[in-house]
Write a new protein. Structure first.
Length: 149
């Protein structure tokens, strides 16, 4: 990867997000937890959730990822309290479309994912970027299953 591409990919904003991830304490009594791993790079994200009135009320995470995965986890953590499962699904789908198909960046509370636009050309980074959203959705699905049982 040429140096100019690295500079574009690892912008100051991405590095600042990666250095300041929020909600890094695991929750003591979560409603559900989930762990996701990107097989290509070995990045992992574990999330804990509490949900009240169908929205995320508490969030904790353990992030062991590259700078792009950390930046994505930071954006999610910064905006997740008060989000619904629908918000998370729409954001996951929009981010995946942005990375894989050249679609627009997510909008609304998660519009800051736009900072990861330069990563669309680096397919080997996509899985790490998606980890925090995928783990969050898995945990939300566990909560839904518990509520339907």
């Amino acid at each position: 990867m040429p140096e100019t591409d690295l500079i574009k990919l690892y912008s100051a904003r991405i590095l600042a997000l990666a250095a300041n991830i929020g909600h890094t304490e695991r929750l003591e009594n979560p409603d559900a937890s989930a762990k996701k791993r990107a097989p290509l790079c070995g990045s992992t994200v574990t999330v804990d959730l509490k949900v009240q009135d169908s929205v995320i009320s508490e969030y904790g995470q353990d992030v062991k990822a590259c700078a792009l995965g950390q930046a994505a986890a930071s954006i999610l953590a910064e905006n997740i309290i008060g989000a619904s499962i629908s918000d998370i699904k729409l954001t996951r789908d929009a981010l995946l479309d942005m990375l894989k198909n050249g679609g627009p960046a997510p909008t609304g509370r998660f519009s800051e994912f736009e900072v990861l636009l330069p990563a669309r050309d680096y397919k080997n980074r996509h899985a790490s970027i998606m980890l925090s959203l995928e783990a969050t959705l898995e945990a939300l699905e566990k909560i839904e299953a518990q509520n339907c049982a």
